[in-house]
Design a protein around this ligand. Structure first.
Ligand SMILES: [Zn+2]
Ligand SMILES: [Zn+2]
Length: 346
């Protein structure tokens, strides 16, 4: 088995299972360390033990590489594959099967852990037809938000990856169309945190609030309405900002006039995101119900920051099913052409 593929697949399963970042990164780093070497060279270094002294290779990863170049599936990977055969969520299979894409993901250009190419490859393995790359906007400095210059550069990179996919090079799964996008901050003023001319060029704009989450109800409602009414916005990201579990601790939902906010989403043709991250589970069930009553569309998104997290869509599908959201109202079940027509019209 190819050693780089084995290491990356191990990382994929660990990410999907929400293993600690440092544990996952050991495998991603080892894969990156040996990927420039020709496979024969990797095999040779594994045989002679020279690989052990290479930067980025530890005991565990050395063992994996040795077993891979020896021709078999490494034990550790075999074990993870067996565990991974179980679905992440128990319900929502029908909706999960209808999902074609994902409109919210991050790469190492902002605060994601992996290069764009690895995100696309994993989306392909998971059978997605499209994936929107939505790295953060400049205001979110803590997450290395993209300046206008960097976003402009990223658009060229996305075009190259898609072109490689069509020619069968580079993009290992040509079925995946990588959509250009952004997760843009809704600033306190209600404006979007990126140049309008640049937002014009993007396929998908997810707008989210990332700061001053404890603002009073009136202030937050006004801010969110600004983001929803902005002509570029397609999806309202993780609308309450709550955290229900996990290493970052918990955070209560922001307070806002949900009826007014969802009425605006319906009026301005902005889909309400069902954020699949286990620590977010955003919006809460009661708000999904309000959004349904308001006539909103929904987008089930992974908000993946690593390839394995793209499979979190299973959690979102389960929540949508539990709340009886009709598949037709979930824009990520739509064919990509319909989705893009819709996004361009809003
Ligand atoms: Zn966000
Ligand atoms: Zn995000």
């Amino acid at each position: 088995m190819d050693a780089v593929a084995a290491l990356n697949e191990i990382a994929f399963w660990l990410e999907r299972g929400r293993a600690a970042t440092f544990k996952v990164q050991a495998f991603r780093k080892a894969a990156a360390a040996i990927s420039p070497l020709p496979p024969e060279e990797v095999a040779e270094r594994a045989r002679t033990g020279r690989l052990k002294s290479m930067k980025g290779i530890g005991d565990r990863t050395y063992q994996v590489i040795q077993q891979a170049v020896g021709g078999g599936v490494p034990d550790y990977l075999a074990d993870l594959r067996e565990k991974g055969a179980q679905p992440l969520a128990t319900g929502g299979a029908a909706i999960r099967n209808e999902l074609r894409g994902d409109l919210h993901s991050h790469s190492d250009w902002s605060d994601g852990g992996s290069p764009i190419e690895l995100m696309v490859a994993a989306a392909g393995v998971l059978g997605r037809e499209y994936l929107a790359l939505t790295d953060h906007s400049p205001n979110l400095t803590i997450a290395n938000g993209l300046s206008p210059e960097r976003l402009t550069r990223q658009l060229d990179v996305v075009a190259e990856i898609n072109a490689d996919g069509q020619s069968g090079r580079g993009n290992p799964d040509s079925r995946v169309r990588l959509l250009t996008g952004i997760e843009v901050d809704i600033l306190e003023s209600g404006e979007l945190d990126q140049e309008p001319g640049l937002l014009d060029r993007l396929d998908i704009v997810v707008a989210s609030v990332h700061s001053k989450l404890r603002a009073d109800r009136k202030t937050m409602t006004r801010r969110m309405l600004g983001g929803i009414q902005a002509r570029h916005t397609n999806v309202l990201g993780h609308c309450t900002g709550r955290l229900v579990e996990g290493s970052r601790g918990t955070r209560p939902p922001s307070e806002f006039d949900a009826k007014e906010v969802f009425a605006a989403c319906a009026e301005y043709n902005v889909a309400v995101e069902i954020n699949s991250r286990p620590e977010r589970q955003d919006p809460p069930d009661a708000l999904i119900q309000l959004a349904l009553e308001a006539g909103c569309l929904f987008s089930i998104d992974s908000d993946a920051h690593a390839p394995g997290q793209l499979d979190f869509l299973q959690y979102g599908a389960e929540r949508a099913a539990r709340n009886e959201v009709p598949a037709e109202r979930i824009i990520t079940t739509w064919p990509v052409d319909r989705l893009l027509d819709w996004a361009a019209a809003t």
